[in-house]
Write a protein that binds this ligand. Sequence first.
Ligand SMILES: [Zn+2]
Ligand SMILES: [Zn+2]
Length: 242
Amino acid sequence: MELTVLGCSGSYGAPAGGACSSYLVRAGDAVIWMDCGSGAFANLQYHANPGDLTAVVISHAHPDHCVDIYGLHVLYKYGLQCDGLPVYAPEGVERTLEGLVGEWTDTFDWKLVADGDKANIGDVDLRFARTDHPLPTVAVDLEHAGKRLVYTADTGPGWSVEAFRPGADLVLSEATYQHDDIRAPIHLSARQAGELARAAEAKELMLTHLWPSLDPIASVAEASEAFGRLVVLAAPHLVTHV
Ligand SMILES: [Zn+2]
Ligand SMILES: [Zn+2]
């Protein structure tokens, strides 16, 4: 499985090309656009032909995770004239985005997902779990060829990676805050991200969704101490193999 970070800025865009949450997952024949935060569609086009996508997965309806699907809709409808691309998303995403787009026509095949649901995209097995976040939000466990990537989406500390099987090869965890300044309990601190990944026996941990004004080195240090090993920091265009 290949994971490419298209955007990782937490909650709003950062300077110097800091798009919001978005990832590209390639595995077997599957090309999955996972979260479509603001600014991410431009970065997607560095790494994939949008016409080659096999599915989109959206964690929730906050704009920093979903608004850039608007660009894909326009390209599919007026440029490539593609239709029926599967889009997996929890309750509220389709309706929220429809307010921007007006009418979806048949560009996308919306598939509603909720806690405990499973799906297959090509050779990738997906499981979804509802996180601790105000809107219906799903974390995603992606498994391909015996390897597992768990994406926490946005969550407060009331949810844990342990909702999935232990021992994921890579946990991609939100770490919006640092522990001495948690502004809202709907997100994790870097320390909490490290603790939760450690409890779930994650093999590797990558931090994402950091609040843009934070010192990322301090977040890495905080999470690494809690995780017990050095963690990786997401950055736009970073490519990782799981
Ligand atoms: Zn967010
Ligand atoms: Zn959110």
